[in-house]
Ligand binder design. Structure first.
Ligand SMILES: Cc1cc2nc3c(=O)[nH]c(=O)nc-3n(C[C@H](O)[C@H](O)[C@H](O)COP(=O)(O)OP(=O)(O)OC[C@H]3O[C@@H](n4cnc5c(N)ncnc54)[C@H](O)[C@@H]3O)c2cc1C
Length: 305
């Protein structure tokens, strides 16, 4: 039975701040995809918990949206309620930093440096939020968030507040129990990381250097979703795409970057279906030429069927 009953729609419409049939493309770094049936932006933990509890108890599908930097949203949009998590506070106690899920990783990297804390510089390369970073154990320049993670304050609809460490979260290469395991549907409210005392100026210089290098090798200023494919063991997806002669390959307005083979750029007006065709083409060609099955890192969300 569809969740779109009269009483469910009435409940959704009475949620404070909710918008119906609301554009999502502009809330993603790819700039692609259809609308959310309903969208609400929430900053207070209790409000987010209440929204997902309300959906779960009514069988209304919900989706937690961070900064939208790892998503390919279907052209036909996303079913149910999209909850954009925008809690952004942080607290520093000695070398520990607790950051709310909606805080951007890049912002947290600067906050840590300004507090003379080292070990979070890698996050200057991750444009998403803390919640999104936990969801798939984001990492950059050889370092991942699990290496500095103390614990996550989480929430499961129906069950309530929980505390998860890296082992409970099963953090692995671009995966977690939130993405692929027993904690699916779970909400990250905040994460605590432990860092080391150090020189903030050195941290800032390191981040500036990493950013400069990145700007030269990746199409950072375009509409994209970061790495489209996970690197297969011992190899790089970007290298394989390049070796398959696919740089510059196109479907509609979706193009494989000529700067870096693991980026697809939306030149303007690309459809999610264009991007999907390009992804499938790359996977098939890399498999045909090298016998390697590469998998998407970007998450496909919404009404694909
Ligand atoms: C230019 C560019 C460069 C990038 N470089 C890197 C990189 O170097 N390393 C890397 O790891 N990634 C990189 N990414 C990808 C992206 O930034 C990360 O995957 C990031 O962690 C996604 O966070 P987000 O807030 O944007 O999540 P979204 O894209 O909004 O969502 C991704 C998933 O996280 C879930 N989620 C979001 N918030 C929560 C929450 N509070 N609780 C539970 N689940 C939640 C969503 O439901 C969704 O399933 C890059 C992206 C871009 C555009």
């Amino acid at each position: 039975m569809s969740w779109r009953t009269k009483s469910n729609l009435a409940w959704l419409r009475e949620q404070p701040g909710v918008k119906e049939d609301e554009a999502l493309a502009s809330r993603t770094s790819f700039g692609i995809g259809g609308p959310a049936d309903f969208l609400v932006e929430l900053a207070r933990a209790e409000a987010i918990e209440k929204a997902i509890d309300g959906c779960a108890s009514r069988d209304i599908p919900y989706f937690l949206l961070g900064a939208g930097t790892n998503l390919l949203i279907a052209d036909r949009g996303v079913e149910g309620l999209v909850v954009r998590v925008v809690n952004r506070e942080h607290e520093i106690a000695g070398t520990r930093v607790r950051a709310a899920a909606g805080l951007k990783m890049m912002r947290l990297a600067r906050i840590a440096a300004d507090a003379n804390l080292r070990g979070f510089e890698f996050a200057i390369g991750v444009p998403g939020t803390v919640g999104g970073a936990i969801y798939q154990n984001a990492g950059c320049w050889g370092k991942e968030i699990r290496e500095v993670l103390v614990e996550v304050e989480g929430y499961m609809a129906g069950t309530g507040k929980q505390t998860w460490n890296a082992a409970a979260l099963k953090l692995g290469y671009r995966t977690s129990a939130l993405r692929d395991g027993a904690l699916q549907g779970g909400l990250v409210l905040s994460a605590t990381v432990h860092l080391a005392r150090g020189d903030g100026e050195e941290a800032r210089q390191m981040m500036a250097k990493l950013t400069r290098e990145r700007n030269e090798t990746q199409p950072i200023k375009t509409k994209n979703c970061g790495s489209v494919f996970k690197n297969p063991p011992g190899d790089s997806a970007g290298r394989l795409v390049q070796a398959a002669g696919l740089k510059g390959a196109r479907e509609g307005a979706a193009v494989i970057s000529t700067l870096h083979g693991n980026f697809i750029v939306n030149e303007g007006g690309a459809k999610a279906s264009d991007v999907l065709r390009l992804i499938e083409r790359v996977m098939a060609e890399v498999k045909r030429r090298f016998g390697i099955q590469i998998e998407p890192e970007v998450e496909m969300v919404g009404r694909w069927k």
